[in-house]
Each structure stands twice: as structure tokens, then as C-alpha cells.
Design a protein around this ligand. Structure first.
Ligand SMILES: [Zn+2]
Length: 287
């Protein structure tokens, strides 16, 4: 059985504050990356105990440079880095059997969820795929469904786990912490959490819901925070500007649709950095 793991960082146990997830920060280097790697190694161990024959790990947080190859279980392969041109889940195809979504946070606008956001806090208000409002959990899981691969394990804070269960049906999951608000969290015993993840990964090899059925064409719709971001996203050929802050993209080929999603997000990011740098200041209305 072939297992694909996407691991984010916001929903890793013991990640309690923003500097731990900020690439380059000392708290990220010394704590965030270590905790993330420990969780993924535990899941790899569990998967092999449960009968996995191969495990491919995608480093799914920020620039994808969080897991050091030398610290990862040698039996697993690693996709490191991040590039629109390689697609959402490099290497994933119908030869895979199970998807593990680890270290996840809830979608933007979720209450009692630590670090709730969808892809980018700076640009996106809502993402929907085929008229279902989703976060990153939904984005990855739906893409996997199109490849015939089922979400078999979810780990993250409480609302992230609930989000995944509601979307993909009953499957193994570990609530590693409980958000109290965007910047407050209740944590549990780290050793126990690692043990639960190992057990969950092992059981996931022989349980879980079938792959999610996603109909074609794939309809992507993004509500941006500001019209400036939609202005940029609209530059993707074939996209439709359905309102001031909303851009849609419809395609029969899932690969193309998801690549358009990534391109729109990347372009919107340029608008967001212009805001952050003060470039738009002269046109900025303050009331
Ligand atoms: Zn992340």
C-alpha cells in the first residue's frame, strides 16, 4: 500500500504561537520544525507497522523547507520546496491508496480554531471547490479524491479534525490540541499525542472512508479579501471575474483547474505584498 502524507505546521501539537511557524525565526528552526518532523516520523512508523509499502511525504508548510531530509525516517521519500509548476501534490496518482493530512488548521473564518486560514491569511477570504466552501484540508482531499485516493488520517487542532470528518466521512483522526481563539490554544501531553498518531496511522492502513467523489468539471471560486487581489488573479487566462472580489475558474481537467488555483493565489500574493509595502498607500482609504 502506498501512502501520501501532506504535513502542514499550524496544526502540529506543541505549536503554540506564531513565531514557531515563521520560516527563518529561531523558534521555527529550533522548535516548530522539530515538532513537525517528530509527528511525521511517528506517522511513517505507524503506516509501515500497518502494512504500508511506500510513504511519500510532502512538506506542506510555507516554502516547504521545514523537514530536514536527514531527520526524516529513511524509509520515507520527501517532496521538499514549493513551486506552482510542480502541482499541488507532486507525485500523487492513482497508484496511491491512502492520504494522511497532518498538522492542519481549520479553514478561514472558523471559530475556536488556532491559526484559521485558507492558503493565505493575506489574500483569501473563502475558497470553494464545486460549490463547497473548503480550506486546505478540503483542497488537498478533493484533489486526492480525483486521483482515487482516500483521506485516511487527519491530525490537527479540534476544528480541523471536525472539518475533515465532515467532508470525507468517518476516518482515523487525532485532535492534537484545541484552539480557543485564533491566537490561543489548549495543549495536551505531547508523548500521548505521538502515541495516538502512531496508532492512528497504523489503523488507517485498514480503515477509512472511500475516496471522495468529485464531479467534473472542477469549479474553483476564490473570494479575495480585496479587489486588488482579484484584479491580479483575473489575469489567469480563462478565469471569470464574477464580482469585485471573486474570481472563478472552471475546467474539465483537474490538473489544469488546480494549477489555475495555485496561479491565482500566487498572483494575488503580489497585490498583498504591494499593500504590505505601502505601494498602494496613496489610494488607501482610511475611515
Ligand atoms: Zn501552514
Amino acid at each position: 500500500m502506498n501512502v501520501y502524507i501532506v504535513i502542514d505546521m499550524e496544526g502540529v501539537a506543541g505549536v503554540t504561537h506564531g513565531s514557531m511557524i515563521r520560516t527563518g525565526h529561531v523558534e521555527w528552526r529550533e522548535r516548530g520544525t522539530r515538532l513537525m518532523t517528530a509527528e511525521v516520523n511517528t506517522a511513517v512508523e505507524g503506516a509501515f507497522l500497518g502494512g504500508a509499502t511506500s510513504v511519500l511525504v510532502k512538506d506542506g508548510h510555507d516554502s516547504g523547507q521545514n523537514i530536514r531530509r536527514e531527520d526524516l525516517d529513511p524509509r520515507a521519500e520527501l517532496v521538499s520546496g514549493n513551486s506552482v509548476t510542480v502541482g499541488l501534490m507532486p507525485g500523487l496518482d492513482s497508484t496511491f491508496d491512502k492520504l494522511f493530512l497532518m498538522g492542519f488548521h481549520a479553514k478561514m473564518g472558523t471559530r475556536f480554531a488556532q491559526f484559521d486560514h485558507t492558503i493565505s491569511t493575506a489574500t483569501i477570504s473563502d475558497l470553494s471547490i464545486n460549490d463547497v466552501v473548503v480550506g486546505e484540508i478540503g483542497m488537498y482531499g478533493m484533489y486526492a479524491g480525483l486521483c482515487g485516493v482516500s483521506v485516511s488520517l487527519t491530525t490537527g487542532d479540534g476544528p480541523a479534525v471536525e472539518e475533515s470528518q465532515a467532508l470525507f466521512g468517518e476516518h482515523e483522526s487525532v485532535r492534537v490540541k484545541q484552539g480557543l481563539g485564533r491566537f490561543a490554544v489548549r495543549t495536551f501531553d505531547p508523548a500521548q499525542i505521538l502515541a495516538q498518531i502512531k496508532e492512528g496511522a497504523k489503523s488507517a492502513m485498514n480503515s477509512g472512508a472511500p475516496p471522495l467523489e468529485v464531479s467534473l468539471p472542477v469549479t474553483i471560486s476564490i473570494d479575495f479579501l480585496r479587489s486588488a487581489e482579484a484584479d491580479m488573479a483575473e489575469m489567469v487566462p480563462g478565469s471569470v471575474r464574477s464580482s469585485a472580489r471573486t474570481v472563478q475558474y472552471v475546467h474539465e481537467d483537474p490538473e489544469t483547474a488546480f494549477q489555475a488555483l495555485q496561479a491565482m493565489v500566487a498572483l494575488a500574493g503580489i497585490a498583498a505584498s504591494r499593500w504590505a509595502s505601502g505601494l498602494y498607500k496613496s489610494g488607501d482609504a482610511v475611515v
